[in-house]
Each structure stands twice: as structure tokens, then as C-alpha cells.
Ligand binder design. Structure first.
Ligand code: WTA
Length: 686
């Protein structure tokens, strides 16, 4: 059993806690509360404590009408919540809506000349582009016309986007949304092969990419990956019709990779014939899928989380307004990548649905130095800032005194993606927030569309290292491994689930409804015949404890997923990639603690008979993982071992490897089939 528990648990505790998750004692000291600053409370969008009463469980599901009312509907829905086919919940049934209209058109009257997107190129020599709502409207319409009239795209078609952090990415997403086309954006750091996996699974008609982009001072050839993705997908049975290439610098092609005649189209050239074209937003059913977002799971295949139009947009708009506390006059910067769910929900759809100004930064946060984010924030007047513990740790390590040099005026800051150490949290508040900001530690997932737990910034006191209670309308519950509810606030660890459905939740796994039920609902559903939503708690796959005050502390994944720098990587994906090297017989990956990234994968491989261990093989394995998945999955180390520690039934004991990697005591190994191997492996990984 390989379980990724809190880094604070010793291996010995992990060993003895093999019994049940729930018995893990949690030894962290409770942190003192910090109240939100009075000026924040005075201007907060949500300062009325009645909200918790309005969203109590007995007000479910009608309470969520308030979420949908943040949006403009063509046709109001008839049924707020349809539970007739659990757990395939349907929200705002009968309603008609367009996500692009809500993020663009409806703001023109009041905010035509306001910046919608500040695009900040990585190079400080290159000017920032301020795309106004009017300009966004024009560019989205022209590109939507191009997609419809040249390529015949229509509602329900899928397209894969493999775009870097440039203004063209939200423009492309919104153009798709305008047509009801389902976009599937793949993180630009993922390899061409990883992109092909997602093209194949979604059966996308087009791949939309960019020639090049800047990262760490280098102009990266990105088009190269499109060719790999195309060829790989074609070889596995799905041929993309066309590859659309945006130019990083319009009217110049910046990639050394040749264009393929008849297949590749330079978007910027073709757009010239669409100047001034307008496209009516397609009035989509609330339940129509808006996008797919692939995420890692316990098996090798990434899961295409299917998000709805009405429910998703309502959820991210409401939470952007009341948890992110975005007002129209705010300048908001979420430093995530749009290739992950955080960027979809809280760079693009949520903030733009509210008419906010949202920053899109192309490059590395510490490029060219750790003062960069603070210069961007100062120059644009950012007052709401949103990032991950990994980024905060990196900025703190390489420039602890940098924020003091800038006139930062953050009133609100978010952390998301992994647990944050109280020390790091305090630096964030004191140095970056200058003790004038609130911090929300938002816990959620690709599947959940938006925040699950967080403090409501003007209503709760902050507690470093804890996410907070469920947000209004979200009712978490912790179960032990036997399916018993843990007593509320008992401070014991267990598996955190959500009692009730909510509008932002994904609808299913694309083309894999059984896997959806099995992964998220089967374990704690008491009666699979039941039509009552109360019998279908949503299993998040995270371990957590609830303190007496109702605040949750998230301990990490309980399944085979490694959270690297806030991004989920499936252990099976990494192991399958290693097995593609012909010399490798077996592979096992474990998480090891990393000062900056939280966790990084460390890989153990054994070789086929007759093959001698060599550094060159380890390098090939590492390169293969990067080629297959992307640099984010690069193993910290590849250790070649003569054999894996195994149970008598032949199962690899990843727990033992994890202990060795963390230089901890692997505990009692006498039940292994080959206990002597443990010392050998310890020697190899000193
Ligand atoms: C982890 C990212 C602790 C958690 C939005 C979850 C967190 C996984 C937090 C989802 C947080 C996310 N504190 N852990 N505030 N936020 N996680 O799908 O393990 O990329 O299940 O979504 O990240 O990662 P995903």
C-alpha cells in the first residue's frame, strides 16, 4: 500500500498506521488566529454572517440559485437540481446561457474601455499589452468566426489547445465557448506525447497552438510539440484535421519547425479575412459541457474532467466575488497557469464573469530575479494576488527581502494547490501582504470546479496551515477507512468527502462514466440504488483533520498521486513512462519531500536479466519520463536496484521505498518476501 501522507508523519507512524487512516494522530500545534484587517471587512463583498444560515444543508439545493443569479441567462432554468440519475447530477436544468457572453459582451456597456486582460510578457523589455473588454470582444468574435466559417466548428465539437500563457489563450477559450465548442487546454509544459493522449481521448478535431513562447529567458520552440502530438495521435488512430498556429509575434513566424502544407494554418494570417466579423453567442443548455480538463488519477490514463457551462460558471463567478472578493475596480492576478484548473476557474472564467482586470504572465516567477512578481504587481496596481505554496516558497528562498522594496498594496491573497507550512504562510502575510491583507487558503480540485474549503475572508479569522471550513453551501465530512463518520472536530485524520452536490462539480469523466462513479462515489455510497443525494458523498481522495473550531487541515493525497508543486502526477503515469525504456523490468515511484516543490518523484527501477546498471540507463529513464509527460515529472533521482522490496504475493512495497527515499526507518520489513533487499537499496540511495 503506498500512501502519500503528511510529510510530518514519520515512516514509523506510517507503518503502524497501516491499520486505518483514521487512527493517525496529528501532532501539529494549533496556530493562533489572525483576524482580518478592519479596512478589508469594511469593503468586503460578503460581510453578512447570515450567509451560513442561507446555505445550511436544509436549504439545499435551492440555496444555489444565488450562485446562478450572478450570471445573465437567456432563459431561466426550471429545475435547480435534478438528482434522478445519481451521481450524474444536473444543475439549472432547462436554463440557456453562454459563457462567453457572460465574460465579455455583458460588460461592454459599463466597462468597454476597461482592461480585461493585462498580458505581461516574460521579457521586461517587451511592453505589457492591455486588452480592453471592447478589444477582447472584437478579437474573440473574429476568432470565433474563423473557427466556425473556415473549419466548420459547431457546438459539441472538441478542440485541444496547447497554448502558453499569452492573451491568445483566454481569447481562444472564449471563442470556443461562444460557439459551444468544448475546449481542452493542455498545460504548455506537457510534452507532445502527453498532448496526444488528450487529443485522442477527447477526439479533438483541431489542435490550436503557438509557434513559440518565452520561459526562463529562452524563446522555446513550441510548434515542435504540435508535430509530435499530431504524429503520435495519428499513429494511435486519431487524425487531427488541422493544426492552428498563433504567432507569438504577429506577422513573424518564431519557430524553427517547418509548417506542414495543407495541415498547418497560421491563425494571424487567416484572421485578416475575418476583420470586423461578429458571431452571435450560441445559447447553450446549462448542462452542455464547457471544457475538459485532464487530471491524473490512480491508473495510467489521465481523466478528462467534464465541466458544465451553467453550473461551473455560476460556481466560479460566485466564489470569485465572495471568496476572492473581486470588485470591478480591482486588479487581480492569479499567478497559476491557465493549463491547470486554477487558471480556468480563477484567471479566466471567474474574474472575467465579474468584469475584473485579470493578469496573464507569460514566464517564470523568479525571472530574471525574485523581485519580478512584485514589480509586475506594483506597476499594474495589483491588489488581489493568488498563488501556490511552491511559488511562495521559491520567492521567499531566493528573495526574502524583495517584497519590502516595492510598494505592494495587496488587500487579499490566496494560496492554493498544496498544504502551506505556517512559517511560509506567515512570511506571505508579513512580507508580501505587509500585514494589511487577508489570506485565504483555498482547498479544492480539478474535479470540483472551484473552492471547497476556505475561510470567508471578512467573516472568519485566519489560521495558518488550515484551509478553513466548507465555503457556504459545501458541507464536508470525514470518514474513516471503514466508512464511519468521524465525530466533528475530533482532530483525527480520515478521508475527507463532501456530503452534498454543488453546481461547480464536474459532470463525469469524459467517455468513462463507470470510472467516475467508481473513483469518486463507490467507496462511501451506502446504497448504489438510492436516488437520494444524501447517500452519495463525493470522495475527494485527500486525508484531512477537522479541528474543534470546524477548520480543516488537509494532509495530502491518500491515493497514488504525487502532488508536485501543486500539480497532480499519477504514479502509474510515471512508472509506465519508465517502463518504455527497453532495459527496465520494473519501476516504482515514490514522493520525496522537496524544500520548494513540496514533493518530487523519485524513481526506482530494476533491470531486465543480463543488463548491467549504468548511469546512462538512469538518464534514459529520466529523459523518457520527461518526453512522455513533461519536465514537471522529471524524477529527482533514478535509482537502479537489483530487485524491488516485495510482499510474498509479489506486490512492490512502495511504502518501504518511500521511507528509504526520505531517509526514515522503513519499520518492520520481516513480512517481505525479500527483506534483505532493504539494506541493499539503502546503500544505493545514501
Ligand atoms: C491538493 C488544484 C492543501 C489536494 C486546485 C487536492 C491542497 C489536490 C490545497 C488537487 C490546499 C489543493 N491545501 N492541499 N489549499 N489545494 N490541494 O486537481 O491534495 O490540481 O486533492 O487542483 O491538490 O489538485 P488539482
Amino acid at each position: 500500500m503506498s500512501r502519500d501522507k503528511s510529510p510530518r508523519h514519520s515512516a514509523a507512524e506510517q507503518q503502524s498506521s497501516d491499520a486505518t487512516e483514521a487512527q493517525i494522530a496529528v501532532h501539529w500545534p494549533e496556530e493562533a488566529y489572525i483576524p482580518p484587517p478592519a479596512p478589508f471587512i469594511a469593503h468586503a463583498n460578503l460581510a453578512d454572517p447570515d450567509v451560513f444560515e442561507r446555505f445550511s444543508l436544509d436549504r439545499f439545493p435551492e440555496c444555489f440559485k444565488e450562485f446562478a443569479d450572478v450570471l445573465d441567462w437567456y432563459k431561466y432554468w426550471e429545475t435547480t437540481f435534478d438528482a434522478s440519475n445519481p451521481p450524474f447530477w444536473r444543475w439549472f436544468v432547462g436554463g440557456r446561457i453562454n459563457a462567453c457572453y457572460n465574460c465579455v459582451d455583458r460588460h461592454l456597456a459599463a466597462y468597454r474601455n476597461k482592461t480585461a486582460i493585462h498580458f505581461v510578457p516574460e521579457s521586461e523589455d517587451e511592453a505589457v499589452q492591455h486588452v480592453t473588454y471592447q478589444e477582447l470582444y472584437v478579437r474573440v468574435n473574429e476568432f470565433a468566426a474563423l473557427l466556425r466559417d473556415t473549419f466548420g466548428l459547431k457546438a459539441g465539437d472538441r478542440v485541444t489547445l496547447h497554448l502558453p500563457m499569452v492573451a491568445e489563450l483566454p481569447i481562444t477559450m472564449l471563442a470556443c465557448a461562444r460557439l459551444g465548442v468544448i475546449h481542452s487546454q493542455v498545460f504548455s509544459g506537457f510534452s507532445g506525447v502527453a498532448c496526444a493522449d488528450r487529443i485522442l481521448d477527447s477526439e479533438s478535431r483541431l489542435l490550436i497552438t503557438m509557434d513559440a513562447y518565452w520561459r526562463g529567458g529562452k524563446l522555446i520552440d513550441h510548434k515542435e510539440k504540435a508535430d509530435i502530438a499530431y504524429t503520435e495521435a495519428a499513429g494511435r488512430g486519431h487524425t487531427i484535421e488541422n493544426v492552428l498556429v498563433w504567432q507569438r509575434y504577429p506577422s513573424r513566424y518564431s519557430s524553427p519547425t517547418a509548417l506542414v502544407e495543407g495541415r498547418d494554418v497560421i491563425v494571424n494570417d487567416l484572421l485578416k479575412t475575418f476583420r470586423g466579423k461578429r458571431v452571435d453567442p450560441v445559447q447553450m443548455p446549462a448542462e452542455a459541457p464547457l471544457f475538459l480538463m485532464y487530471t491524473s488519477g490512480t491508473t495510467g490514463r489521465p481523466k478528462g474532467c467534464q465541466h458544465s457551462t451553467g453550473g461551473f460558471l455560476a460556481y466560479v463567478a460566485w466564489t470569485s466575488k465572495y471568496i476572492q472578493d473581486i470588485h470591478p475596480e480591482d486588479v487581480y492576478w492569479c499567478m497559476a497557469d491557465i493549463g491547470w484548473i486554477t487558471g480556468h476557474s480563477y484567471i479566466v472564467y471567474g474574474p472575467l464573469a465579474l468584469g475584473a482586470s485579470s493578469v496573464v504572465y507569460e514566464g517564470v516567477p523568479t525571472w530574471p530575479d525574485a523581485g519580478r512578481p512584485w514589480r509586475i504587481a506594483e506597476n499594474l496596481g495589483v491588489n488581489i494576488f493568488h498563488t501556490s505554496p511552491t511559488a511562495i516558497r521559491a520567492l521567499r528562498r531566493s528573495g526574502p527581502d524583495e517584497p519590502a522594496k516595492y510598494n505592494l498594496r495587496f488587500k487579499h491573497m490566496t494560496t492554493v494547490g498544496e498544504p502551506i507550512e505556517p512559517e511560509v504562510w506567515k512570511w506571505y502575510l508579513e512580507s508580501v501582504g505587509k500585514n494589511k491583507a487577508v489570506i485565504v487558503d483555498t482547498w479544492w480540485q480539478t474535479e470540483t470546479g472551484g473552492f471547497l474549503c476556505s475561510t470567508v475572508p471578512a467573516l472568519h479569522r485566519m489560521k495558518p496551515g488550515s484551509t478553513g471550513p466548507g465555503i457556504p453551501g459545501i458541507h464536508p465530512v470525514i470518514y474513516d477507512d471503514n466508512g464511519n463518520e468521524l465525530e466533528r472536530g475530533c482532530g483525527k485524520a480520515g478521508n475527507i468527502c463532501i456530503r452534498n452536490p454543488w453546481p461547480g462539480a464536474f459532470q463525469t469523466i469524459w467517455k468513462a462514466p463507470e470510472r467516475y462513479v467508481k473513483t469518486y462515489y463507490a467507496r462511501y455510497c451506502k446504497d448504489t440504488k438510492s436516488k437520494d443525494w444524501r447517500d452519495w458523498p463525493y470522495m475527494t481522495g485527500d486525508g484531512a483533520v477537522e479541528a474543534a473550531d470546524g477548520y480543516f487541515r488537509i494532509l495530502g493525497r491518500i491515493d497514488d498521486v504525487i502532488n508536485v508543486a501543486g500539480h497532480r502526477l499519477g504514479t502509474k503515469e510515471i512508472e509506465s513512462a519508465a517502463l518504455l525504456v527497453p532495459d527496465v523490468a520494473e519501476a516504482a515511484v515514490v514522493p520525496v519531500a522537496d524544500e520548494i516543490k513540496g514533493k518530487v518523484p523519485e524513481l526506482y527501477v530494476s533491470l531486465k536479466p543480463g543488463i548491467e546498471p549504468a548511469a546512462e540507463i538512469a538518464k534514459r529513464v529520466s529523459d523518457q519520463v520527461v518526453a512522455r509527460i513533461g519536465a514537471i515529472a522529471r524524477p529527482h533521482q533514478v535509482v537502479i536496484v537489483p530487485d524491488m522490496p516485495k510482499t510474498r504475493s509479489g506486490k512492490i512495497m512502495r511504502r518501504v521505498l518511500a521511507a528509504i527515499s526520505s531517509h526514515q526507518d522503513p519499520g518492520d520489513v520481516s513480512t517481505l518476501a525479500n527483506p534483505e533487499i532493504v539494506d541493499t537499496i539503502k546503500e544505493l540511495n545514501k
